[in-house]
Design a protein around this ligand. Structure first.
Ligand code: PMP
Length: 452
């Protein structure tokens, strides 16, 4: 144990000296993970934790999948790379499989990250209109609280002020509308008086901007990272209708909702809509390899061709569609299919929804939301004022969970003092007993702050 401790100290010294961690606050005392198996991850001290967030909502098939490691090694030994100006077998097979999962006809453009995939979507949308005699259409509408990535365009589409405040000016043409946030309805409505003002505000924005200037609306089927904000049932369908009415492209960001997290193959399938463009990453490979996809309605692709049949989309991505990543994605999807993990995610979602009911009576529990196998528990100082629970108390809840060997997340709109939503999105291989442990750990966290 002594040498282990020394090893950890050595690692931490180097970490503090050389690492620049993600997220806004530098973590001086990070957990250092060394291995993972199923829903568990082990740190350098040999402590095991349930990965209650699947990393960053991505390790859907669980950790330590030998069959994925094998397929990656085998592909790496066969063909590790070839650019996507040409083609390769895993890339073709994956494009075929994604079409099957999307139940439509889409062209598949590969990149490396969710941010990339959304940037590609924006560029494709703009070019599509530019070469179809509608070059005035360049704007995108998205929702406050929604997250779409960290690159300049994707960040501009993101509706979380703090993420862009230091990095402006944002590119022109990104407009935001209030989200369908029923617990804190931006329009002051109750479910009984709701007239889907969250939809009419999109119409107003389109009208105000001029429909002839709007290229796309980008949305997640449910806002995940912004605090698990689940829209009213008709919302997504109504957005589709607005897009049709005004000739605007509907871009659905499935980076988190896709690949089973929503309880369906893709989140939008819960609402029976067909998007024009779908972006995906994370769960596409369960994060075993970097890969993302921008899936574009086939007829949009066809209209990119000029008289000589050439498609002039000016976008190259060196690593995008790497054969190893594509082979990993194929194996990941095979696992989801063979082990019925989408159905299991749906079932786990039903179970967690039932279990979370027992937390309703805690004073700090303002709202409990479950979408597929993702849960958001909104914590407040008291139920009446709905004042968001302080960052300090949020940290306390999470640290009690950690003491109980469960890692959960917190989300919100990322402004200090508004990160008051506990998020839970474990791998789909979680057992019933492990699910109980997750909920029990959260309950301990709630008890700890209520007894203070
Ligand atoms: N869209 C959504 C909905 C996301 O949650 C994320 C990442 N959290 C992204 C896009 C960006 O993905 P990446 O981090 O792979 O760039």
């Amino acid at each position: 144990k002594g040498t282990e401790t020394n090893k950890k100290e050595d690692l931490l010294i180097k970490d503090r000296k050389y690492m620049w961690h993600h997220m806004s606050k530098h973590n001086e005392n990070p957990m250092i993970f060394v291995s993972g198996k199923d829903s568990w991850i082990e740190d350098v001290d040999g402590e095991n934790y349930i990965d209650g967030m699947s990393g960053l909502w991505c390790v859907n098939v669980g950790h330590g999948r030998k069959e994925i490691a094998e397929v990656a090694a085998s592909q790496m030994g066969t063909l590790a790379y070839s650019p996507m100006s040409q083609s390769h077998i895993p890339g073709i097979e994956l494009a075929d499989k994604i079409n099957e999962w999307l139940e439509g006809e889409y062209r598949i453009f590969y990149s490396n990250s969710g941010s990339d995939a959304n940037e590609v979507a924006f560029k494709i949308a703009r070019q599509y209109f530019a070469q179809n005699g509608q070059s005035t259409r360049y704007k995108f509408i998205s929702r406050y609280r929604g997250y779409h990535g960290n690159s300049i365009g994707a960040m501009a589409a993101t509706g979380q002020a703090i993420r862009k405040s230091l990095y402006g000016p944002a590119p022109d043409g990104f407009k935001h509308v209030p989200p369908p946030y029923c617990y804190r309805c931006p329009f002051g409505k109750e479910p009984s008086s709701c007239q889907l003002e969250c939809v009419s505000t999109i119409r107003d924005t389109i009208e105000w901007e001029g429909a002839e200037t709007v290229a796309g609306i980008i949305l997640e089927p449910t806002i995940t990272g912004g605090g698990l904000i689940i829209p009213p049932k008709e919302y997504v369908t109504k957005v589709r209708e607005l897009c049709d009415e005004y000739g605007i492209l509907m871009i659905v960001d499935e980076v988190i909702c896709g690949f089973g997290r929503s309880g369906e193959k893709f989140g939008h399938q819960n609402f029976q809509v067909k998007p024009d463009i779908v972006t995906m990453a994370k769960g596409l490979t369960s994060a075993y390899a970097p890969l993302s996809i921008t899936a574009v309605r086939a007829d949009l692709y066809n209209s990119f061709k000029d008289n000589s049949g050439q498609n002039h989309f000016r976008h190259v991505n060196t690593f995008g569609g790497n054969p190893v990543s594509c082979a990993v994605a194929l194996k990941n999807i095979e696992i989801l299919e063979n082990e019925n993990l989408v159905e299991r995610a749906r079932e786990l979602g039903r179970q967690i929804e039932r279990k979370l009911q027992r937390l309703e009576h805690y004073k700090v529990v303002g709202d409990i939301r479950v979408f597929g196998f993702a849960a958001g528990i909104e914590l407040v100082e008291d139920k009446r004022s709905k004042k968001p629970l302080s960052d300090e108390k949020m940290m306390k809840v999470l640290s009690v969970c950690k003491e109980n060997h469960v890692i959960l997340g917190k989300n919100g709109d990322t402004v200090p003092g508004h990160n008051n939503i506990i998020t839970i999105s474990p791998p789909f291989v979680l057992t019933d007993e492990e699910l109980e442990k997750v909920v029990a750990s959260l309950e301990c966290g709630l008890m700890a702050i209520e007894s203070e």
